[in-house]
Design a protein around this ligand. Sequence first.
Ligand code: HEC
Length: 453
Amino acid sequence: MDFPPYFIDHIAGGRLIIGVIACIHVLINHPLAVGAYPILTWMEWWAHKNNRPDIDQLAYKVTFVVFIVTTTVGALTGVGIWVSTSVFAPFAIGSLLRVFFWGWFAEWLVFITEVSLIMWWFLSWKSAKTDAQKKKHIKIGLALSIMSWFTMALIVAVLGFMMKPGEWSQTRAFIDAMVNPLYLPQLGFRTFFALMTGAVFVWFCSFYFTKKQPAVRSWLVYRLSHFTLIGMLLTLLFGLWYWQNVPDVMKANSSVALLSQEFMGWYDKFSVLLGWTLVSFLLIAVGGLSFANLIPRWALLIPSFMGIWLLGHFERAREFMRKPWVIGEYMYSNGVLKDELAFLQSEGILKHATYVAHREATPENQIQAGQDVFMIACSRCHSTTGMNGVLEKFATMYGHDKPWDDGAMTAFMANMHQTRTFMPPFPGNRSEAEALVAYLQDLRQTRQPLQGA
Ligand code: HEC
């Protein structure tokens, strides 16, 4: 309410844009930056110790890919997360910035160090020739691996906090926000997930780089099978710990599945996908331990594709479960604070919003005031007629070609949080609920898309 609402109709406000950018970022960060750098450093070390220039060459080629992708798409999508969240959910990112100020300050330093180390490591690879130079070069790789992990370790705190702020709810202390109850389980989960998918990604690259070197390929499959299997086991263990700490009300969102077609659909898909991904990882990893030379080259591509879908679905599930909160028990997805809710419901939300045309809903301005109410209360999740369109939702409840009853719709607003626990409570007073209904009835006739900011 304190920011001009930026809205792209049809794609439900813009959360999809945040989601797509963030998913691409995580898909690069976890397997490549956090997972692959330590594996590649280990490969360089092993090649040096055993005098195997062919393995060193392979590590260098994969590093080239990781270097290019992390410093371009990786870095850009990182900035993209800031841009998209600032535009579409400024209230949320603003609060997070306030709570995590020093965390993000540290993150900036760590990130700069990481990028410098990537440059240094990659660009000095070829010139490290003597034993002493090579040893120093391996140490740079090690430092880079640690810094890449640190950037993730800082950001994971923010993600855990958004779901379950823990002690912070009472103390409002930065340190309590950092070590929220989901922090360690999620950090362990993501660390080993990154290691596992990092190994899988190096397999993927070896499809291209070991065409004429079957012996190098089976060395790689065999060695990285260990990384994959250990990563997988620990991912599962930390995953269980993580799941145990997810608040029950949010877990219940997965049983709300019964009410939400869409949720049910992807919850099922997620389970199936999880199963198949584990099978594909296991087949190659266990096979790699005993008969690495028999694994066909193309098979090394499969786990990467499975991993991409799995990670995407995981992030989506995590984001959905947190609803109706953007910050657990503190701020709803539409930016309304839990502590302000009762006040806004009795006083009216228009009176306390900054970017609205009217401060009060009256019979004369109903439609325009209702549009503002929609923008504040619903637009972060619903479009008008497009994705998750609000008209379609009402049509499913009240019929596509029958008239909708104003009274029933107003009553729905008062109870919307009860019928659908993942929706926040309606944050306005009765005349605002009526104005919203008037706007929706009008929208049903005109089907006029809502303009941006
Ligand atoms: C936190 C995001 C969020 C906000 C904010 C939100 N909704 Fe929803 N709403 C959803 C989701 C998700 C669904 C379920 C979609 C599905 O089941 O396919 C839904 C479903 C609905 C439904 C169908 C309910 C049913 O029982 O079938 C209606 C009607 C609706 N919303 C109206 C609104 C109105 C009006 C507002 C604003 C006052 C609003 N919503 C705010 C996320 C939200």
